[in-house]
Design a protein. Structure first.
Length: 617
């Protein structure tokens, strides 16, 4: 199934210039501080999928700086343009890219995107609040909400014209009546009245399905003692005027969907359970839950089995307390597993709650986690800052520009720890004691271990010797908020440069003995007379490689058992059974073959499972 791989926003709303947001074909959780552009992502996806239902000119206006309804970034430079581009990709790396802009709208006739739009939903707090945003004197009439947000995505059971079952198309067909009005016996009038009557039947049937599903959500999933009811008041055309049996209105009367609630409390008798004005009686949390139950019920009816489906949620739970948030979150994570879920929030505590839940349920690998902050470029133009969660250097750079040196130093420290743990063997990043069990080593010890390992591979540690110096004079004082210590921006910049060098290093395990302790490699060499020999060597330790700062790869020197050698010309085999370090054993081989002056590269003459070590890098 196709999922969003990447969203490109070019001069759209808060996103100045060209911007890429990586979705990585995963669900995505985005925390965005106020003013960071978080909601611009919501509206970009919404505008993109809405484009399949609107005329091209209706969409192009959003990218036209001359149009009052444009969504163009205020700082867009002359000669540039605004656009939204969405890249979809499936598990087989088959990709689809679609774009909307002032010059291009290629979505309206696209069946793939129509299906995506049909099966997806966008829910935010503003949308949910519409369900109860009525004055006390008014009953809750949901038809305007259904008209604006739902009918477009609903297909009725029967067709109003050949091949078209769409509820919104049907409603638009009858909404403005007939002009001019035909005589009542004429075919156009009769067929129009039939269309109105059938619309009422289809809509009432649809609402009954929604009510049944919504109550299942309310009572069984949200654990609320509530039951929603819809009273559908038919739309009509050319009805009699009030107090008249001869004069007609020649117009369409809009339908109504009146919402009422039964409060299923054991202490209430049946006469007192009915709430005809739920917005005047229930608190905001219960009203939000009702709104969610209705939206989820609609989404279930729209479900298309193999379609790409998006569920985009923007701050939809801010009116709920934490216990109800947790309940709704559990529902979203478990009920909508076949959707690509996009959750956006400005609430840091809710963001952390979601991360903990994902971690607890072992779902983190299925999610991309992003944070958004407001920043400025060199021209002081407001831009979003979306750091990679594991890229502490990006965050350090941001705080360096903002003169928040303690925060900058903290993230540089985090990056140093991350890189050293990545480069060092696991046993050199931890310590184990009977009292405390296994604990991560402190940065100071990690640096000492790195120095030893790097030098063992032949690296020149002078390029990194200031790491420990920077750690002593900068990272420790700043990490402990000792603001009396001298703080020098230049030293933070130099430390960042050192860490950039550290990023160029790389450590790999080329051959592991974890799964098979009898794992072996084959070394091929030619003697002074041109005879080829193959040596079967059992590894007693991992065979590892380390990429130095100059870009060269150096191999570790594991303990090995040199088992056999085979003379290729006649397939004769000689048992060796000698235990040496790899490099010492190779010296013995070169002496035996009388090729002491040979400087062959292990990467080219050693294979593991038939693959040269160089090709394993």
């Amino acid at each position: 199934m196709q999922k969003i791989k990447k969203l490109h926003l070019n001069n759209f709303k808060f996103f100045f210039g060209e911007n890429n947001i990586e979705f990585c074909q995963k669900n995505i959780l985005i925390y965005g501080e106020n003013g960071s552009g978080k909601s611009s992502i919501y509206w970009a996806l919404y505008t993109f999928l809405q484009s399949v239902y609107k005329p091209d000119e209706e969409i192009k206006k959003y990218f036209d700086p001359e149009n009052e309804q444009n969504l163009v970034n205020r700082f867009m430079l002359p000669g540039t343009n605004s656009s939204i581009v969405v890249e979809f990709e499936d598990e087989h790396e088959s990709s689809i890219t679609k774009k909307i802009s002032l010059a291009t709208v290629n979505t309206k006739s696209d069946n793939f995107l129509k299906t995506v739009a049909q099966s997806s939903d966008f829910i935010n707090y503003r949308l949910l609040s519409k369900v109860y945003d009525f004055s006390n004197r008014d009953k809750v009439d949901l038809f305007s909400i259904f008209e604006a947000e739902i009918l477009t995505y609903v297909n009725f059971d029967s067709e109003f014209i050949a091949g078209n079952r769409n509820a919104n198309d049907w409603w638009q067909h009858i909404a403005n009546g007939l002009n001019p009005r035909p005589k009542m016996h004429e075919r156009a009038y009769v067929e129009f009245q039939d269309s109105v009557n059938r619309f009422n039947i289809e809509f009432d049937t649809f609402l009954n399905r929604i009510v049944e599903s919504a109550n299942d959500y309310l009572q069984n999933k949200f654990k609320q003692k509530l039951k929603v009811e819809f009273k559908y008041c038919n739309t009509s055309y050319d009805a009699f005027l009030p107090n008249s049996t001869t004069k007609r209105n020649h117009s369409v009367i809009r339908p109504k969907i009146l919402l009422s609630v039964q409060y299923l409390h054991d202490s209430l008798d049946d006469a007192n359970k009915g709430i005809n004005r739920p917005h005047s009686f229930l608190n905001e949390a219960r009203l939000t839950t009702i709104a969610l139950a209705i939206r989820f019920a609609v989404l279930d009816l729209k479900y298309i089995r193999d379609a790409t489906k998006l569920l985009v949620l923007d701050d939809l739970l801010i009116s709920l307390d934490m216990s109800n948030r947790d309940m709704v979150l559990e529902l979203v994570l478990n009920q909508f597993k076949n959707y690509q879920i996009i959750i956006l929030t400005h609430d840091r505590s809710f963001f952390n709650l979601i991360k903990k839940r994902l971690d607890y349920e072992g779902l983190l690998a299925e999610w991309a986690i992003r944070e958004m902050y407001q920043d400025e470029n060199n021209e002081k133009i407001p831009i979003p800052f979306i750091p990679n969660n594991s890229d502490y250097l990006e965050r350090a750079e941001k705080y360096l520009r903002e003169f928040d040196y303690p925060a900058c130093a903290n993230y540089l420290r985090k990056e140093a720890e991350r890189l050293l743990k990545q480069l060092l063997p696991y046993h050199k990043t931890i310590k184990t004691t009977d009292e405390e069990g296994t604990k991560a080593l402190q940065l100071d010890t990690l640096m000492d271990n790195f120095k030893k390992v790097y030098q063992e591979y032949g690296g020149d540690f002078n390029e990194f010797k200031k790491l420990k110096e920077y750690k002593d004079i900068l990272l420790n004082p700043l990490s402990h908020d000792n603001l009396d210590a001298p703080i020098y921006k230049l030293e933070l910049i130099e430390l960042k440069g050192t860490l950039i060098k550290l990023r160029k290093l790389e450590a790999k395990i080329l051959v592991s003995i974890k799964e098979d302790p009898n794992e072996y490699i084959v070394l091929t060499e030619v003697d002074s007379a041109g005879e080829t020999f193959k040596y079967k060597i059992q590894l007693l330790e991992y065979l590892k490689a380390f990429k130095l700062l100059d870009g060269t790869w150096q191999l570790s020197d594991p303990e090995c058992m040199f088992l056999k050698r085979k003379k290729v010309s006649d397939d004769s085999i000689e048992d060796l059974n000698k235990k040496f370090k790899l490099k010492r054993g190779y010296d013995k081989i070169k002496h035996a073959l009388n090729i002491q002056d040979t400087n062959a590269d292990f990467l080219d003459i050693i294979t593991a499972k038939g693959i040269t070590l160089r090709n394993l890098l």
